[in-house]
Design a protein around this ligand. Structure first.
Ligand code: MG
Ligand code: MG
Length: 257
């Protein structure tokens, strides 16, 4: 991945643009959420997201992102054991009982918003329900710690502690990140850490927090397509993400309607 090497604090004007990027991104994810049902293909979901983003004068942020080969789509759709970076395909059909994670990025006036959610397709198992609930709760536990004077380790620890106390695992191999004109800015925001450690959080910091949670072990591997990350043991996974701005008064979620 391509990362900046220092923190780039944003002005209130820049945060306002990121808020608009985040609102458009939320509209795209909302349209995808409403289209998720048994029988829909992940390529159809991708087309829905791209249409919403472009119709608002914005662009998909993931398309062309450097990797094993340029990322080919607007969203990533990761099903069951797939943790992140699943590539949409007309051959991938959602079925009853799946859990699906959708990640989307939007560029608007040069600034990026990045957000993800996971949900069940129709009826899902009690274990899958708990996984979704705990992962989303972990995101909000982390957001709550994004306050001036705290450190990144406080955020990371809040996420890790909630996930592990519920018997699940966080990945060590993929992290949250600063976000702005670049998709991945300093600092990394791991989903594990120690309270009081790491960068001090200041007003103007904009980060994407993204708990990536696994049922069986913390280990992952990459599928032969070069992009899709799956749990090493085939167990279920979930992913929630918001782009958040730190203000003097505390965290503001940019990627909601
Ligand atoms: Mg994302
Ligand atoms: Mg991200």
């Amino acid at each position: 991945m391509v990362w900046t090497r220092r923190v780039i604090l944003k002005s209130p004007q820049e945060i306002a643009i990121m808020r608009e990027a985040g609102r458009i991104n939320a509209l795209a994810l909302d349209a995808v959420r409403k289209a998720i049902r048994p029988g829909v293909t992940t390529a159809e979901l991708d087309a829905i997201a791209e249409e919403v983003i472009r119709s608002h004068g914005a662009k998909p942020a993931f398309k062309g992102y450097p990797g094993p080969y340029p990322y080919p789509a607007t969203i990533t759709v990761s099903i069951n054991d797939e943790l992140v970076h699943g590539i949409p395909s007309p051959k991938r059909v959602l079925k009853e009982g799946d859990i699906v994670s959708v990640d989307c990025g939007t560029v608007y006036q040069g600034f990026i918003a990045d957000s993800a959610f996971s949900m069940g397709v129709g009826e899902i198992s009690p274990l899958a329900q708990k996984l979704l609930r705990v992962t989303e709760e972990a995101l909000y536990k982390g957001i709550e710690k994004l306050r001036p004077g705290n450190r990144i380790g406080d955020v990371s620890w809040a996420i890790q502690q909630h996930v592990e106390s519920n018997g699940f695992y966080v990945t060590r191999e993929y992290t949250g990140h600063g976000v702005g004109r670049s998709m991945h800015e300093f600092p990394m925001v791991p989903n594990y850490g120690r309270p009081g450690q790491g960068l001090e959080i200041q007003p103007g910091l904009t980060v994407a927090l993204e708990p990536m949670v696994l049922v069986g072990t913390p280990r992952t591997k990459v599928k032969p397509d070069g992009w899709t990350v799956v749990s090493a043991d085939g167990s279920l996974t979930a992913h929630f993400e918001h782009t958040v701005a730190v203000t003097p008064a505390g965290p503001v979620i940019l990627t909601q309607l």
